[in-house]
Design a protein around this ligand. Structure first.
Ligand code: AMP
Length: 418
């Protein structure tokens, strides 16, 4: 076949999709336990939502968005992340008016034109949780606790919470100046990309992964010396809140995240196990008190996170975590001869109505029907194989020795032994 899935986009096949169902079931329970309601958001939005919300100088907006013009000449963009859409929806529907908080979550595909590699795709899936309408640090602590609990229930090991504060519009300009002066003096040691973006966004040099920039960034001024009293107090309370809950974290002064909207708290959860050339952040988030205003809404503080489902499943596979039991068809019905094929169809219907999962060879005419041997081969993947005999009885195998049963006995036996 000459048409394949586009580069960086993959099919989640049945051998993997059942693992996703397990992860999402577990996540839905944690979200409910933390008071978050599920919301379904559109996959495309007006382009302006992201250019204004995520920030014009971010990698996402500058070079990663899938933007297109529709037949009505509107500029639309496949969502590269969920937070901006979540805030837009909450404001549009008045979900956090009168200072009432909205606790929401969603999951689904995001789209970024990135260089594909293991754990990094152009269509990838995120779980996203947001608390809108609370300015205080307890909401940050609760959000971090929610993400940690999500991973604890999935039994992921070796995760590390990296924490930072990125300040606010009051304290960031002075820090930005200090970084500009420092990186400016070391300009020749920076990679080409960072040299080019230094004036526009010096904070991004801090999280550049190139070896040369890393060495320079390690000795860069720390934001902690530049936080305004409000941001410093907020940061202290987040740290003491996490300590109170017994949640370990490490400070990372180079953690700035790739989206402009963050204020104060920024954090990531990193896995030691996505090491061999794969991306190692499984979750990232923080506070974004000015996002709502930047998209034209009233001041609405917010805090949340996004976690990558593709990467969670990858880490769980690497760590041999349990995905529960894969659903298996209970009974596969096999017709020994052509005359009993209609009986297979009727019996499958009866079993399914009784809540027993059943399959059979759906070739319903002699022409398309498969041989007894071929049917038996398919049947082996089911819990039981049920052969329809010429005399109208059923031979059930799969539970030790074969049993000869009538139809009524068959349903009772399965109900008792499943
Ligand atoms: P971000 O929205 O960039 O803060 O990313 C949050 C999480 O989404 C990351 O920690 C990853 O787990 C996941 N993620 C981000 N970009 C990708 C991608 N291109 N492919 C797969 N997962 C991704």
């Amino acid at each position: 076949m000459d048409i394949q899935a586009p580069r960086g986009v993959r099919d989640i096949l049945p051998d993997e999709s059942w693992k996703w169902a397990y992860v999402l079931n577990s996540v839905a329970k944690v979200m409910a336990d933390f008071g978050h309601s599920e919301i379904h958001l559109p996959i495309f939005e007006n382009t302006e939502l992201f250019s204004r919300g995520v920030g014009e100088t971010t990698d996402i907006v500058e070079k990663e968005m899938y933007t297109f013009t529709d037949r009505g000449s509107r500029s639309l963009t496949l969502r590269p992340e969920a937070t901006a859409g979540m805030v837009r929806a909450a404001l549009e529907h008045g979900m956090c008016s009168q200072n009432a908080a909205a606790r929401l979550w969603c999951w689904g595909p995001m789209f970024r034109y990135e260089r594909p590699q293991k754990g990094r795709y152009r269509q990838f899936f995120q779980i996203d949780a947001e608390v809108l309408g609370i300015a205080g640090p307890a909401a940050d602590v609760d959000t971090i606790a929610l993400s940690v609990e999500m991973f604890r229930r999935l039994a992921l090991r070796g995760l590390r919470v990296a924490l930072n504060s990125v300040g606010c519009p009051q304290c960031r300009p002075a820090y930005r100046d200090a970084l500009l002066a420092y990186f400016g003096a070391n300009r020749d040691a920076l990679c080409e990309t960072c040299q080019a973006r230094l004036e526009r966004n010096p904070l991004r040099v801090l999280d550049c992964k190139s070896a040369s920039c890393s060495a320079v960034a390690d000795a860069a001024p720390a934001i902690y010396d530049h936080l305004c009293p409000e941001c410093a107090a907020h940061f202290d309370e987040v740290k003491s809140g996490l300590a109170r809950l017994g949640l370990p974290f490490s400070l990372d002064k180079r953690l700035v995240r790739g989206l402009d909207y963050y204020t104060k708290t920024a954090y990531e959860i990193i896995s030691g196990d996505l090491s061999q050339g794969a991306q190692n952040a499984v979750c990232g988030g923080g506070r974004y008190d000015n996002l709502a205003e930047s998209i034209g809404g009233p001041h609405t503080p917010g805090v949340g996170f996004a976690a990558g489902i593709d990467r969670i499943v990858l880490v769980m596979e690497e760590q041999n975590c349990s995905f529960g039991k894969r659903a298996q068809t209970e009974v596969y019905i096999v017709a020994r001869d052509d005359a009993s094929r209609p009986t297979a169809q009727v019996l499958a219907g009866k079993l399914r109505s009784a809540g027993i999962s059943a399959a059979y060879d759906a070739g319903d005419s002699v022409k398309y029907a498969r041989s007894f041997k071929a049917q038996m081969k398919s049947a082996l993947s089911a819990r039981w194989q049920c052969i329809i005999e010429a005399n109208g009885t059923f031979t059930l195998s799969g539970g030790g020795s074969d049993l000869t049963l009538t139809e009524g006995e068959l349903v009772n036996y399965i109900e008792e032994h499943r």
